[in-house]
Write a protein that binds this ligand. Structure first.
Ligand code: NAP
Length: 261
């Protein structure tokens, strides 16, 4: 398990920190004594979170209003972290275009790939070498149960989330001897602002973002992936794994019809 005492006083970079799971990660990391660099597009909710966490936990919090679909992210991350001792990276931001793949605009497909994959890769490649040099750190790449198989209605999103799972698991192994713990965090349903825009009802296994973030942090260093909650683990180990794909995928297609249009 990751030694958070050793990371106390270093900085955690949270990408996609203005609300939902990212805000919950930020709070749980501040509670562990980590300073924060919070990144998202909207400045106001970032500042609000920063003020709250500084007041409650006495940590330093910096905010960066930044679109993670921008093309020059390597440069942006390098500049923003140049004077920081980064001990943790949580890449949580995601863009979720919903609906049939061929009804999705080119612009949305591009944005999804930028935010969900290229931004994540740039963040990892910018901050992890410093962690390796210091011999300590943690990397949480936020994925989804939707990344464990194709998901009609969320086809592109589920593909980007599969990318994140495979990258996170492989990095767990590649970094294992360096003192840096990497992990794919395979979240299930959480009633966040993003989720509530897409779905009318909380799916089985649903849990608060705060509980999910806490489970992720306490699982870091224990293995290549973490799925939070008993029901989500059960679903991942049974329905998603054992049901033949030709039966599973139509079931998911039906579930995606519950999405807000
Ligand atoms: N909620 C669920 O049920 C669920 C289930 C499985 C997996 N997940 C995963 O958990 C993560 C968080 O989900 P959530 O439900 O908390 O999402 P959310 O409520 O929509 O929050 C997404 C966060 O990412 C930021 N973000 C989105 N696009 C961005 C961009 N272009 N540039 C910078 N920041 C951007 C948003 O901030 P701004 O809008 O201010 O930029 C926000 O802080 C995602 O990776 C999602 O795939 C969620």
């Amino acid at each position: 398990m990751t030694d958070f005492d050793a990371l106390r006083g270093s900085s955690a970079v949270v990408a996609g920190a203005s609300e939902g799971l990212g805000a919950a990660f930020s709070e749980r990391l501040a509670a562990r004594g980590m300073n924060l660099l919070l990144i998202a597009r909207r400045e106001a909710p970032l500042q609000e979170t920063a003020e709250k966490l500084t007041k409650v936990y006495g940590v330093d919090v910096r905010c960066l209003a930044q679109d993670l679909a921008a093309p020059n992210l390597g440069e942006v991350f390098r500049e923003a972290t140049a004077d920081l001792d980064v001990g943790m990276l949580v890449y949580n931001a995601a863009f979720v275009p919903m609906g049939p793949f061929f009804d999705t605009s080119d612009a949305d497909i591009r944005q999804m790939m930028q935010v969900n994959m290229f931004g994540l890769v740039e963040a990892v490649r910018t901050v992890v070498p410093g962690m390796v040099a210091r011999g300590r750190g943690g990397v949480i790449l936020v994925s989804s149960l939707a990344g464990l198989q194709g998901f009609p209605g969320l086809a592109g999103y589920s593909a980007t989330k599969a990318f994140i799972i495979n990258l996170g698991e492989a990095l767990w192994y590649e970094l294992k001897e360096t003192g840096v713990d990497a992990m794919a965090f395979i979240a299930g349903a959480m009633p966040t602002p993003g989720y509530n825009k897409l779905f009318e009802q909380l799916a089985p296994g649903g849990m608060s973002a705060e509980r999910a973030a806490e489970q992720a942090l306490s699982s870091l260093g224990k293995g290549p992936r973490c799925i939070p909650g008993f029901v989500n683990n059960l679903v991942a180990a049974t329905t998603l794994r054992l049901l033949p794909r030709k039966h599973l995928i139509p079931l998911l297609a039906r579930a995606s019809q519950n999405m807000h249009s």
